[in-house]
Ligand binder design. Structure first.
Ligand code: AMP
Ligand code: MG
Length: 475
């Protein structure tokens, strides 16, 4: 495995050298052949289970745990990779660099009271959600493999342990900058800014004010990412600053879930008791996180703090307009209109009120608007719904968009399938209890055609909203 280690060119305060735990009897649960081939990896069955469990190190591995801090539910903490070990970086055929990280491969210096391990069910959850996000066309870390460790770990109950191999554009988090600002020197912070620009925003490297260039780039990436989440009803669940990637990928799939019935206040995570990270609050929370990120950069933005704050505030304000612009464009695309105008807003607002009032499924409502066959739900036989469809047809006329044109755009923006919460639980349980991944692989295969025009979406589109459904951070 041709691993490189650009991250280790940073000052050594940013990481600790570690060794993965050697789990004696690893067994491969699932391996992502498609991703492996994208990365040009050709591993034997033995290498998959031995290297991707941490039993043996692949050639050129130089394992480290990364340091980071973060605001968790609003409170600052020192964190770091407590159960993740970076083996190194790998290049794909397009010369793009990715981290190869083992999650659950044993304790590190940052584990605090944790055991450094990962439950098989959690590893599978991350595997499923990250691969589904990718299939939905949303930037996300990927999952290369889940390898069982053969040991038993204690969470809410006894569980099988596993190691997830995560592939990410990098694991630099907002919290990495918070760590540098809080515990490092100004030189450490500067080194991190330079490294991040070089790795993720190379076009910005020559800007006069690098910190401002980085802030602007990160704001844009994050706002665009959240809009994509809103498009498909994704709720991250634990949008702490340590769970936001500088690269703009969706990262850390803990208590995440997809919304069924539309309600901006939807929260599934048991630990999010105040609804801080509810579906409709994600943009505001991402903005709050961006402010924390901007604060770390102040000493590099301007030598005078007051001036630095003014400059950062100006740019942070642009986040709201970027979000509004992107969100409008996305919502218009969901109803088949490529050029957003304010005139269409009343219709969009009516559609949302109707969904909220009728507890209509977010995904399926747009499929019904597209008149997808084989979807049967009485809700869409009501006069109120038919009136909405009529209004939509009028809107298309006003916008001089033909139905054919509209449907082409809608098809690209409205998925046939999403990972339904109850369904994901069934897939995970089947896999944990029987060791069979057939159903799971079949589902992930189906997700590949989530935007396919011909798909009737029988079965997977129907949903039973389980009002008691909740997710927990079973890490
Ligand atoms: P997360 O819930 O994944 O955002 O993790 C928050 C912090 O807790 C990170 O610093 C993790 O490394 C750490 N952590 C989570 N689970 C464990 C565990 N089982 N052992 C050690 N550290 C953990
Ligand atoms: Mg995390």
């Amino acid at each position: 495995m041709n691993l490189s280690h650009s991250y280790q060119t940073l000052p050594d305060t940013f990481y600790k050298v570690v060794s993965p735990s050697a789990f004696k009897e690893p067994f491969t649960v699932i391996y992502n052949h498609a991703l492996a081939s994208e990365l040009g990896l050709q591993l034997t069955k033995l290498q998959i289970k031995e290297w991707l469990s941490g039993l043996y190190l692949p050639p050129f591995a130089k394992p480290i745990a990364q340091a980071y801090a973060g605001h968790q539910f609003g409170h600052f903490n020192m964190l770091g990779d407590g159960r993740a070990i970076l083996l190194g970086e790998i290049k794909n055929a397009q010369n793009e660099l990715f981290d190869l990280q083992l999650k659950g491969a044993g304790p590190t210096e940052y584990s605090r009271r944790g055991d450094g391990k990962c439950a098989l069910s959690s590893a599978l959850r991350e595997y499923i959600y990250s691969e589904c996000m990718h299939a939905l066309g949303i930037d996300s870390t990927r999952s290369l493999a889940v390898v069982g460790t053969g040991d038993t770990i204690y969470r809410q109950e006894l569980e099988q342990g596993a190691v997830l191999t995560r592939i990410a554009k990098s694991h630099i988090r907002f919290g990495t900058f918070e760590y540098a600002a809080h515990y490092g020197t100004i030189q450490d912070l500067e080194a991190l800014v330079n490294y991040t620009l070089q790795r993720h925003f190379p076009n910005m490297q020559n800007k006069k004010n690098k910190a401002i260039a980085l802030l602007q780039s990160v704001i844009e990436k994050q706002m665009k990412l959240i809009v994509q989440w809103m498009r498909v009803g994704f709720i991250h669940g634990v949008l702490n600053t340590d769970n936001m990637s500088i690269s703009g990928q969706t990262i850390d799939f803990g208590p995440c879930a997809f919304m069924n019935a539309y309600d901006a206040n939807t929260v599934y995570s048991q630990i999010d008791t105040n609804g801080r990270y509810a579906f409709g609050k994600q943009a505001a929370m991402a903005h709050w996180n961006l402010v924390r990120f901007a604060e770390t950069l102040l000493p590099l933005i301007h030598i005078e703090q007051r001036e630095a704050i003014t400059m950062a505030t100006d740019i942070l304000e642009s986040a709201n307009s970027i979000f509004a612009l992107e969100y409008n464009a996305m919502m218009h695309a969901k109803i088949g209109i490529a050029k957003p105008t304010q005139d269409n807003m009343p219709f969009i607002e009516n559609l949302f009120s109707w969904m909220q009032k009728n507890k209509a499924d977010y995904t399926n409502t747009f499929l019904h608007l597209m008149n997808k066959k084989d979807l049967q739900d009485e809700l869409y036989n009501t006069t109120e719904w038919k009136n909405l469809v009529h209004d939509w047809e009028q809107i298309l006329l006003q916008n001089q968009v033909s139905k054919e044109e509209a449907l082409i755009l809608m098809q690209k923006n409205n998925p046939n399938y999403i990972p339904r919460n109850n369904h994901v639980d069934v897939l995970i349980n089947n896999c944990v209890n029987s060791g069979s991944i057939d159903e799971l692989e079949k589902f992930l295969q189906q997700m590949q055609s989530t935007y396919n025009v011909e798909i009737a979406a029988i079965g997977l589109c129907t949903f039973k909203e389980d009002s008691s459904f909740s997710t927990h951070c079973n890490t």
